[in-house]
Design a protein around this ligand. Structure first.
Ligand code: PLP
Length: 378
């Protein structure tokens, strides 16, 4: 069986370094907001090419804290509208809802999975104050176009970079395009801890200061509370593990890129629409390799029988979730079509060329059987 993701093997590569890191943290006896967190923040900010990084408890909190800080500093008002892609993971929307802001779901481009700039422009009304661009599956959204729209309409451009650590266009990485960006450090993400974690990046000193305070009871000086903050912190052990893995992030992204290339050259396109490869000067983080098929469910069953585990990101769009019944009347045909057609194939460092070829063969067998079948029908 080829598992969709093998986190055990992925992390086992660093066992020696992880053990040494545990030793350092144990010997210091300091577990929250110490040297490791500070060093991780410094190193991650430098990696992304921004001035500030703030470690937090998870990716959802990273987004919530950005929005809360924008509310605290008066740059957003309760009830302001935020544009969010319809086909993202629900956390992007939940962050907006949690802060008392309005969500406006916007269609993606079918071939790129990311926000369609034309649909964004058409969705802007007098209440719109921000765009939350999601770099879905590891590919940067069309940030030059979205930045231009944000500038012309005086909107805040924010990034949900939870799937795109290390993605870049020319020299500019995910996390360095918007007013602020939220990253998840959940184990399965391109940069993943051995537990929960998240980080915010920004060039804005006022926002960074507000988030540092909000993540820690509204306090930056012990027992002095300037804001009604919460508790969302990145602990020393996770920060230490993340510093080790950050050094291997570019190599891991390259390994996923190589697998994506192998898929894209080997897969039979008769039954599958393959994901667009990155443009000149662009680095895709390939968190997920997502193909589309009109026979998606049959293909998934076929692959399972052939020993290949796949997943669907995501089977039910936000406006079709019970949690968002108030959006149930919306019609988002591209988002809905994607939820019926997308299939994510295994892609991770350590997946061997033979395993990738096995996945390709299993997909191509399906294509051969299906095209034979459709030929007979006519
Ligand atoms: C994973 C993810 C999040 C949330 O991250 P957590 O660490 O699980 O809270 C937010 N947005 C997107 C697009 C994600 O993939």
């Amino acid at each position: 069986m080829i598992p969709f993701l093998n986190l055990q093997a992925l992390n086992q590569r660093f066992e020696g370094e992880f053990q040494a890191a545990i030793g350092h943290v144990l010997s210091r006896g300091w577990y929250i907001h110490g040297e490791e967190c500070q060093a991780f923040e410094y190193e991650f900010a430098a990696y992304c090419g921004v001035k500030h990084a703030v470690g937090v408890g998870n990716g959802l909190d990273a987004l919530v804290l950005i929005l809360r800080a924008l509310l605290e500093t008066g740059r957003l008002q309760p009830g302001d509208e935020v544009l969010v892609p319809g086909n993202t993971f629900i956390a992007s929307a939940l962050a907006v809802s949690a802060c008392g802001l309005r969500i406006r779901l916007v269609e993606p481009e079918l071939s790129r999975f990311n926000l369609d700039p034309q649909a964004v422009e058409a969705a802007i009304d007098e209440r719109t104050r921000a765009i939350l661009a999601v770099h879905l599956y590891g590919r940067l959204a069309d940030m030059p176009a979205l930045a231009d729209i944000a500038r012309r309409h005086d909107l805040l451009l924010l990034e949900d970079a939870a799937q795109a650590h290390g993605a870049r266009l020319d020299a500019r990485r995910a996390g360095a395009w918007g007013v602020a960006a939220g990253f998840s450090l959940f184990p399965g993400k391109p940069l993943g801890a051995l537990g929960d974690g998240g980080v915010v990046t920004t060039n804005d000193a006022e926002l960074a200061e507000a988030i540092c305070s909000l993540r820690n009871y509204g306090s930056t000086v012990k027992y002095q509370h300037d804001r009604k903050g919460g508790n969302s912190r990145l602990d020393e052990l996770q920060a230490a593990f993340l510093r080790i893995k950050l050094r291997h992030l570019d190599a891991d992204n390259q390994a996923r890129h190589d697998i994506a290339m192998r898929y894209s050259h080997g897969l039979d396109r008769r039954m599958l629409d393959l994901p667009e490869l990155s443009a000149e000067g662009e680095v895709h983080a390939w968190h997920l390799y997502v193909a589309r098929s009109e026979h998606r469910d049959a293909l998934q069953q076929h692959l399972l029988k052939a020993g290949v585990q796949t997943l669907i990101h995501y089977p039910t769009p936000i406006h079709r979730q019970a949690a968002y019944s108030e959006l149930g009347g919306l019609s988002l045909p591209i988002t809905e079509r994607l939820s019926e057609q997308v299939l994510s194939l295994p892609i991770y460092p350590g997946l061997s060329a033979q395993q990738v070829d096995h996945v390709i063969d299993a997909c191509n067998d399906f294509a051969a059987i299906e095209s034979n079948f459709s030929a007979q029908e006519h």
